[in-house]
Design a protein around this ligand. Structure first.
Ligand code: GLY
Length: 330
């Protein structure tokens, strides 16, 4: 077994890793300096206006957890973003169902899954985190909880999304288009001026999914993971592929053991390519930051980009990728 494969094997997440080498996971090799460089990064183009709101909070001395919640609400409220919140493409039966999660610097987290009729699932997830003893509420329970907290019940299926769904029902061909129908989630991770990390992730999930399907985005350790000692990571793309490797959890664990955010994202994508033989048929992108404010991003396919905002300004960046060209083109 070459050393890279050995490394990947040894960072298996959870109890299996503990069985392999308690020393490896007992203490981080990573030593944050204390000179924190605040930064916010978000997946895809819709991350840019989301980052604007988040950066305003962070640059004003606010908390990363507030920044990620408020920032991510921007695409949730934007009907032109068809993969998040209001305006999201529906499932195969025409229902818009939303997933979201949020995690703070203390390891507190909250999530909602299969939530309907509420425009800002990220804020419901925050309420789950702040106001309940639980970490996830789903379906009707999540809707009832949201209503009890004063959220408004709304129709989230816009005329445009309805039209696209009606078009799809003519053939009902379930073959998500890379970077379009599985170009989905906004994941945002941030480091504030006090050196605290937080993250948030929200999506309407794969277009034309089975009713009740939940992807990676509300699952802590899959769509999002934050460890304030080390770093944070978020994911986008085909959720099933991310869940199968506990994607963001292993990225943070790799950073804990000394890998840079870039190396950790690349190793997670390589893990997918080694374990999932159909990896050329879908997109997954990972985005990570560490306590030093360093950023990494990597995807399977070309086309994944992310927005970054720090003290030097803001920009969009194309992530490097495993495959040199999209295998399926349209
Ligand atoms: N990454 C979003 C989803 O698969 O639902």
């Amino acid at each position: 077994m070459n050393s890279r494969r050995k490394f990947i094997k040894n960072v298996a997440f959870g109890t299996a890793a503990a069985a392999i080498s308690p020393k490896l996971i007992a203490k981080s090799n990573f030593k944050p300096t204390g000179n924190f460089k605040p930064v916010v990064v978000s997946t895809w183009n819709h991350g840019l206006p989301a980052n604007d709101v988040a950066w305003k909070i962070i640059s004003g001395g606010g908390k990363a957890i507030d920044a990620v919640e408020k920032g991510i609400m921007i695409p949730e409220n934007d009907p032109s973003v068809t993969s998040v919140g209001y305006g999201g493409l529906p499932d195969r039966d025409g229902n818009v169902t939303l997933d979201a999660c949020i995690m703070d610097e203390k390891g507190n987290c909250g999530a909602v899954a299969f939530l309907q009729h509420i425009k800002n699932p990220i804020s419901v997830a925050r309420k789950v985190m702040d106001d309940t003893p639980h970490t996830m509420i789903s379906g009707k329970g999540a809707l009832d909880f949201a209503l009890s907290k004063g959220f408004k019940k709304e129709n989230l299926l816009t005329p445009e999304a309805k039209k696209r769904w009606e078009q799809w029902t003519k053939e009902k061909n379930y073959e998500p288009i890379i970077n379009i129908e599985n170009h989905d989630t906004i994941g945002m991770i941030a480091l504030d001026k006090n050196g605290n990390l937080s993250g948030a992730c929200t999506t309407s999930g794969l277009a034309w999914k089975m009713h009740g399907r939940v992807g990676d985005s509300p699952i802590i350790g899959a769509g999002l993971f934050v460890d304030n000692e080390v770093g944070a990571a978020t994911a986008t793309g085909k959720g099933e592929a991310v869940v199968k490797i506990a994607g963001t959890a292993i990225i943070v664990e790799m950073m804990r053991m000394g890998k840079s955010p870039q190396e950790a994202c690349e190793l997670a994508i390589k893990r997918i390519s080694e374990k999932q033989s159909d990896y050329k048929d879908f997109q997954v992108g990972f985005l990570a930051i560490n306590k030093k404010g360093e950023v990494g991003a990597y995807s399977i396919q070309k086309g994944f980009n992310y927005a970054m905002h720090n003290e030097d300004g803001k920009n969009m960046n194309d992530a490097p990728h495993l495959l040199q060209t999209n295998v399926r083109t349209y």
